[in-house]
Design a protein around this ligand. Structure first.
Ligand SMILES: Nc1nc2c([nH]c(=O)n2[C@@H]2O[C@H](COP(=O)(O)OP(=O)(O)OP(=O)(O)O)[C@@H](O)[C@H]2O)c(=O)[nH]1
Ligand SMILES: [Mg+2]
Length: 130
């Protein structure tokens, strides 16, 4: 069974909106919306992976990151540990740098059905705190 550690960023602006991006049609969890991020590499800290992935995928540099939640999830083919970082300050303006669609959504309007099943608890927590 594949074991993956993933760092993702919940980018939240001053209006309380969160930037989400859509996964590619040929990726795991195809077409679902997600918090930008990706695999933590060998020898890399979760924080460093977050900064690297956010720059690669949405072109921003996080200036602060607070661990908001950490979840484990078992897919049929993989076990993943997800680190969700709340980022409310960054340099640049997020955009779909890899060609992926991106949009801002009010925190209270996040829809769990649009995200991979592993995200359920973190979406519920974000909505409860909106
Ligand atoms: N980025 C991200 N991945 C998520 C979320 N929820 C979730 O289950 N995942 C899963 O976590 C894994 C993250 O992988 P990824 O595809 O983003 O990894 P990556 O950016 O390093 O991509 P790569 O393999 O193309 O280099 C995938 O299996 C994905 O389905 C989420 O909110 N954000
Ligand atoms: Mg990714």
């Amino acid at each position: 069974m594949k074991k993956l550690q993933i760092s993702t960023g919940i980018l939240r602006n001053a209006a309380g909106e969160i930037f989400i991006t859509q996964r590619a049609a040929d990726a795991h969890m195809a077409n679902m919306w997600e918090f930008p991020g990706g695999k933590i590499e060998e020898g890399e800290s979760p924080e460093l992976a977050l900064a690297r992935e956010l720059f690669e995928e949405v072109g921003i540099l996080p200036e602060s990151a607070m661990l908001f939640d950490k979840l484990e999830f078992e897919f049929p083919d993989r076990h993943i540990t997800l680190w969700f970082w709340l980022v409310d300050s960054w340099q640049g303006e997020p955009w779909g740098k890899e060609g992926q669609p991106g949009r801002w959504v009010a925190q209270k309007d996040l829809l769990a059905e649009e995200f991979p099943p592993a995200n359920g608890p973190v979406i519920a927590k974000l909505i409860a705190q909106a």
